[in-house]
Write a protein that binds this ligand. Structure first.
Ligand code: CTP
Length: 410
């Protein structure tokens, strides 16, 4: 049974299997890839063949299986290079600590690592780690994973649960269905932002009242982080200036953490000049306490009155300095007179378009994973988008933005 509609259909997939107990699950993955129409070439490390046999993969995929002894067959001497040239995608599942380390260092001492070195990231390489929890947490292994992501390898998060050792922890191979889904996403991903520099802001700012208290807002940073990740995946070099949020740094993105609106202003202005596109998703505090107390305010004293003074509008400042060709996108969180307010902000801040967010609707705005937005353009055009995940909203914003960038550079 072969499915036609999958992005895997008709594609040459190199499935690398390294030597861990999870190698048996790679058999099911191989079968699923074949069922989706992929032409699967399996490459097994020497250790992998101790756990499962090449015959298993040959039978399940109706395709060739390569092992280290093939490297030294005179008549097949450069097969690994031609396989690398033909591949549309490489998946390594399970990727052991050893194989991850070798790929991170560019080593090529067996069939699998030789193919990966020869692929040289010309096509997506998806690595699905599986190992013991302590090995996974080993700082050297983590450093290798960080390096791999920086280089552009797609490294999946292993799952948490019972391990072969008899105890639980993180380190299980992701389910074959999840690996297939990640593979399909990689094959359909656009690379239309390659060569562009993006500056994205995210999260709230905190304005201190005293050393332990601050004024802030409900922004979780999820929209800005989704934008940064989507732009990265489409090939942009991304800098993310983030207020305090609970989200981890997205791999492959330069993250600058700030606290106050003033710190965000300085971080953004220092990097604005070189950016091809700037997206200001941050919920910047409009006001800050005029004189933050040096010492913690005591409750025994009379109830304090906190006098506020305005923060600089970062977006307006960026609009003033916008260089020709640069694209500037703002967000507007509104609860009433939505379109009028959005139009005014576009004019006042010299924006290319604004992402209008009715934060009073359920499933929109702060703290949730979905958003409902309308894109508003300077000529009065509006484009309402349905309720979508923040990642999908991010992709839609980037679609409009790339059209503008291309228009300007042509
Ligand atoms: N913004 C900014 N600096 C500020 C305040 C806001 O850069 N000091 C940016 C936000 O990042 C967002 C946009 O301005 O992209 C709109 O923010 P919003 O709070 O909706 O509007 P304001 O411009 O603050 O206007 P108002 O308070 O009148 O709604």
């Amino acid at each position: 049974m072969k499915a036609g509609g999958s992005p895997l259909a008709g594609r040459t997939v190199v499935l690398g299997v390294a030597g861990g107990i999870a190698a048996y699950k790679a058999a099911e993955l191989a079968r699923r890839l074949w069922e989706r129409g992929a032409e699967v070439h399996t490459v097994m490390t020497e250790a992998a063949t101790r756990f499962v046999t090449p015959l298993t993969f040959a039978s399940l995929t109706h395709g060739p299986v390569y092992t280290d002894s093939d490297l030294f067959q005179p008549r097949r001497a450069i097969e690994h290079v031609s396989l690398a040239d033909r591949a549309h995608l490489v998946i390594v599942a399970p990727a052991t600590a050893n194989v991850l380390g070798k790929i991170a260092c560019g080593l090529a001492d067996d069939y699998l690592t030789t193919v990966i070195a020869a692929v040289a990231l010309r096509v997506p390489v998806l690595l699905a780690p599986a190992m013991n929890v302590h090995m996974y947490r080993n700082p050297a292994v983590q450093a290798n994973i960080g390096r791999l992501r920086e280089l552009g390898y797609e490294v999946m998060e292993p799952e948490e649960g019972p391990l072969a050792e008899g105890y639980s922890g993180v380190g299980r191979l992701p389910e074959p269905a999840a690996i297939v889904a990640a593979a399909e996403r990689l094959l359909t991903r656009k690379r239309d932002l390659a060569g562009l520099r993006f500056l994205v802001t995210a999260g709230p700012t905190r304005e201190p009242i005293d050393p332990v208290r601050f004024i802030s807002n409900r922004s979780s940073g999820k929209m800005g982080y989704a934008l940064a990740e989507a732009a990265r995946d489409r090939g942009a070099r991304v800098t993310l200036v983030s207020g305090p949020v609970a989200l981890p740094d997205p791999p492959g993105v330069e993250v600058v953490r700030v606290e106050t609106a003033h710190e965000m202003l300085e971080a953004v202005l220092a990097r604005a000049e070189e950016a091809d596109a700037i997206i200001k998703a941050a919920a910047v505090a409009d006001f800050r306490p005029a004189r933050p107390a040096v010492h913690k305010l005591k409750k025994s004293s009379v109830a304090p009155v906190v006098e506020l003074e305005p923060n600089t509008d970062i977006l307006r400042e960026l609009g003033r300095r916008k260089r020709p060709g640069q694209v500037l996108v703002g967000f507007a969180a509104e609860t009433r007179d939505l379109l009028d307010n959005a139009q005014r902000k576009i004019r006042d801040k010299n924006l290319d378009f604004i992402v209008l967010n009715d934060v009073s609707q359920p499933g929109a705005g702060f703290e949730v994973d979905t958003n409902i937005v309308t894109l508003v353009f300077p000529d009065g055009r509006t484009e309402p988008l349905p309720r979508m995940s923040k990642r999908e909203v991010a992709e839609a914003i980037l679609d409009r933005l790339v059209a503008l960038v291309k228009e300007r550079s042509s």
